[in-house]
Design a protein around this ligand. Structure first.
Ligand code: KG4
Ligand code: ZN
Length: 335
């Protein structure tokens, strides 16, 4: 049988990424041009700047992915691209590129939902067979998703305000730390006391699988503010560790609730916050105690990349679920 070779393209936020995947889970290349250094100056992603950088980078990034994979456009079975959710101008760069390539080479075009891509990052390390539950924790999303089979998603719970990654980024900003804040806080947290500050956990009620992080974020900001007014210095390590403990405890226990509620004992974690050391450790411990399996993507595939987009396209390719050339970027595309 001829191998299925899919080029994936991802431009939904601040990474211009392209990757070539063989047969759904073998990474031939995975190229990421990060704009983080540019956006750092502004403390977050500036949409207009992101769009322009994507346009500048896309040709080179795709060329590099093809070269590293040792394939030509003629070897491709399909081209897959993130078409939402994300910044519409940023998304459009990837979508336009993929449509042009699909048209020029006469190969199928497969639009991929970004969060589905994050979930399929688990597929690339062999840890994913539906039915499963996915804990999605990124900069824009915090959700527990039931995935009974490939391509089918049902929400069990979601955040009512900030996403987990967003809370990390906002708290980091208030502490004067670099963007993106997640990795920085995670590092500081390793050296701090998680019980130094009793920050609130939003359980909502005994049953709920929904999340809320805005109260926690405000509690941290107030603590920093009050200390400053009193002329006290706070240990950034202790604040980071206490904040992280609160986020992780809620994420882990809500996942446990979802396992108990559905009886699905196969959990994967997805999105940038899946790289978090505290979350990886605590959820692994609880999975063992409660009796379910948990799988995390490899660290480099937790944050935005195109390998996960090509991986998510593979079952769609197998099912012949292709898009026409009128595919458009959709800023608020849902799973
Ligand atoms: O999935 P992602 O790359 O982009 C979105 O689709 O949102 O996630 C980025 C988010 C950022 O908020 C970043 O601070 C967070 O993931 N993040 C982390 C860690 N690494 C990245 N949060 C906590 N701990 C980490 N180690
Ligand atoms: Zn993402």
């Amino acid at each position: 049988d001829k191998p299925v070779v899919i080029l994936g393209i991802e431009t939904s936020c601040d990474e211009t990424a392209a990757a070539v995947i063989r047969d759904g889970n073998e990474i031939l290349s995975n190229v990421i041009a990060s704009q983080i250094e540019i956006h750092k100056r502004f403390g977050g992603v500036v949409p207009e700047v992101a769009s322009r950088k994507h346009v500048e980078s896309i040709n080179g990034v795709v060329a590099e992915a093809m070269e590293r994979a040792g394939v030509t456009f003629d070897d491709l079975s399909a081209v897959a691209v993130t078409y939402g959710p994300g910044l519409v101008g940023a998304l459009l760069t990837g979508v336009s590129f993929a449509k042009a390539l699909s048209f020029a080479k006469g190969i199928p075009l497969i639009g991929v939902q970004h969060i589905a891509g994050h979930i399929y990052a688990n597929f690339l390390s062999g840890g994913m067979e539906p039915p499963l539950l996915a804990l999605v924790v990124s900069g824009g999303h915090t959700e527990v998703v039931h995935m009974p089979s490939h391509g089918e998603f049902a929400f069990l719970g979601r955040t009512r305000d900030d996403a987990a990654g967003e809370a990390y980024d906002k708290v980091a900003r208030s502490m004067g730390l670099d963007y993106p804040g997640g990795p920085v806080i995670d590092r500081l947290a390793q050296e701090g006391n998680p019980e130094a500050y009793p920050f609130p956990r939003a359980w909502i009620d005994e049953e709920s699988i929904d999340f809320s992080f805005s109260g926690l974020k405000s509690a941290v900001i107030n603590t920093l503010h009050n200390a400053e007014q009193r002329g006290e210095t706070v240990s950034k390590q202790d604040v980071a560790a206490s904040f992280q403990a609160a986020v992780v405890e809620v994420l882990v226990e809500k996942t446990v609730r979802a396992v108990r509620k559905t009886g699905v004992k196969n959990v994967v974690v997805a999105g940038g916050v899946a790289a978090n050391k505290g979350l990886r450790k605590r959820l692994t411990e609880r999975a063992e105690e409660v009796g379910f399996s948990v799988h995390f993507p490899s660290l480099d595939l937790c944050t935005d990349n195109a390998a996960m987009i090509a991986a998510a396209a593979f079952p769609l390719y197998e099912q012949g679920k292709f898009h026409d050339l009128d595919l458009n970027a959709i800023a608020s595309l849902s799973l």
